[in-house]
Design a protein around this ligand. Structure first.
Ligand code: PMP
Length: 425
């Protein structure tokens, strides 16, 4: 019914809506509803910005109460009660229990702006210009972040040279039998490699847009060691894999790595409102006041939502455990589905940022389309769009997760022309 206005009035740049061409009118928890009243299980989750589901009442209620009480909505970087409460909750319940002491920089509201800030700061600190990024990495669409992003279609949109970045192979880039660490070490440490000493190395522990490759902890630990050796700062981009996605608040938990900086965004506000931060090792916080400004650094509705999300889900380990339990179920079932495809599909990702990688690009696209026809929203990702990506809300119920798995199993089987293998477990 509304399609025409989008076709007529909205820029050609729109993309997700082309894959899921209905008009959505409401959403609650893991479900979205279109204008015809059809329900869809949302495994896109705002590309990772809706980890706690749509309109989670535990998060929305305090935000409504705040608005009704004449709470300040926008405050630049002025001190507000809402910001103070967020800083306190984040420090007490996220940083302190993990032995982390980061300073928190609020940037412009997008993830890409937080990446820009981290890049600027790393270059300022080290006096170096080059930055190392990894194959299939994605860090955003503004020029500095785009230079770190490997996707050729996105890069082509820049219109200028994307410079001062060296790409090195991500863990597993040449297959499981090639350990790229020796190569990376040689390229970063040997004077003959031709690579300028980098200000920073930026890395995602699960490549959210680039195909869901997940780095081994031993790999990231070795990269961190190399960074120390060559005086480069380690920036973990946890914009998509953070905020609980992998089963712990940060994706690097469980490794010995303490990044020099972490960029966070997407689900930080709890309700899908924009909020982005750079976490900075305290001794590295050498910004001059106002050096990375931005009007929308004071989104107080996002602060209130973020505080509520932390208080509801992160004051003890229960939520993380439930995410891990769901993730175990999903991985087990995805493995069974992949096993039924005669090597056509394999499981990628970690925690609840996971999916099936297909040898045939056309298959991934068909499966995403058929899932949608069957009431499940799941996008494709990867440089060839060959991965069906599953990002369930972390708060998803076991029943809804089973529905997602059953639908995927049937769709994969019917698309490949094989009977669905129902897992007896
Ligand atoms: N880094 C990562 C890992 C991301 O997944 C994204 C968004 N998909 C970004 C950076 C950029 O965030 P934004 O789209 O909010 O600018």
């Amino acid at each position: 019914m509304y399609t025409t206005i989008f076709d007529c009035a909205e820029s050609n740049v729109r993309s997700y809506c082309r894959h899921f061409p209905v008009t959505f009118s409401s959403a609650s928890g893991a479900w979205m509803v279109d204008t015809d009243g059809r329900k869809y299980l949302d495994l896109l989750a705002g590309a990772g910005s809706l980890n706690y589901g749509h309109n989670n009442p535990l998060i929305v209620a305090p935000v409504i109460e705040y608005l009704n009480g004449s709470g300040i909505v926008q405050s630049l970087d002025l001190h507000t009660v809402a910001k103070a409460e967020f800083l306190q909750a984040f420090s007490d319940s996220i940083l302190a229990p993990r032995g982390l002491t980061y300073k928190i920089q609020f940037t412009g509201p997008t993830g890409t702006n937080a990446v820009e800030a981290a890049l600027k700061l790393a270059r300022k600190i080290t006096g170096r210009t080059n930055v190392v990024a990894f194959t299939n990495g994605y860090h955003g669409m503004s020029l500095g972040a785009l230079a770190l992003t490997s996707n050729p279609v996105k890069r082509a949109g820049a219109g200028v040279a994307l410079t001062n970045v060296t790409f090195l192979p991500y863990d597993g880039y040449f297959g499981p039998s090639v350990d790229v660490c020796d190569y990376i070490e040689a390229m970063l440490t040997s004077p003959g490699s031709g690579i300028d000493r980098p200000a920073a190395v930026i890395v995602e522990l699960v490549q959210g847009e680039g195909g869901l490759a997940a780095a081994r902890m031993s790999w990231i630990e070795r990269i961190a060691g190399l960074c120390r050796e060559i005086g480069a700062l380690l920036i973990v981009d946890d914009i998509q894999a953070g905020c609980g996605r992998t089963g712990s608040f940060f994706s690097f938990e469980g490794s010995a790595v303490q990044p020099d900086m972490v960029v966070l965004s997407k689900s930080l506000s709890g309700l899908g409102a924009p909020l982005s931060v750079v976490l900075i090792r305290p001794d590295l916080d050498i910004w001059s006041p106002g050096e990375h400004n931005g009007t929308f650094r004071g989104n107080n509705l996002a602060f209130v939502g973020a505080t509520a999300a932390i208080r509801c889900y992160w004051t003890n380990g229960d939520f993380a455990r439930s995410v891990q339990e769901h993730a175990n179920v999903l991985t087990r079932e995805l493995t069974a589905i992949a096993d039924s495809t005669d090597g056509e599909a394999s499981v990628v990702g970690r925690g609840l940022i996971t999916g099936l990688s297909f040898r045939s690009v056309a298959l991934a696209d068909q499966i995403s389309k058929r899932l949608f026809e069957n009431g499940v929203i799941a996008e494709t990702c990867g440089v060839h769009d060959h991965v069906v990506k599953l990002l369930p809300p972390l708060t998803i119920s076991s029943t809804d997760l089973s529905f997602a798995i059953d639908t995927l199993r049937e769709v994969v089987a019917s698309t490949l022309g094989r009977p669905a293998q129902v897992d007896a477990a």
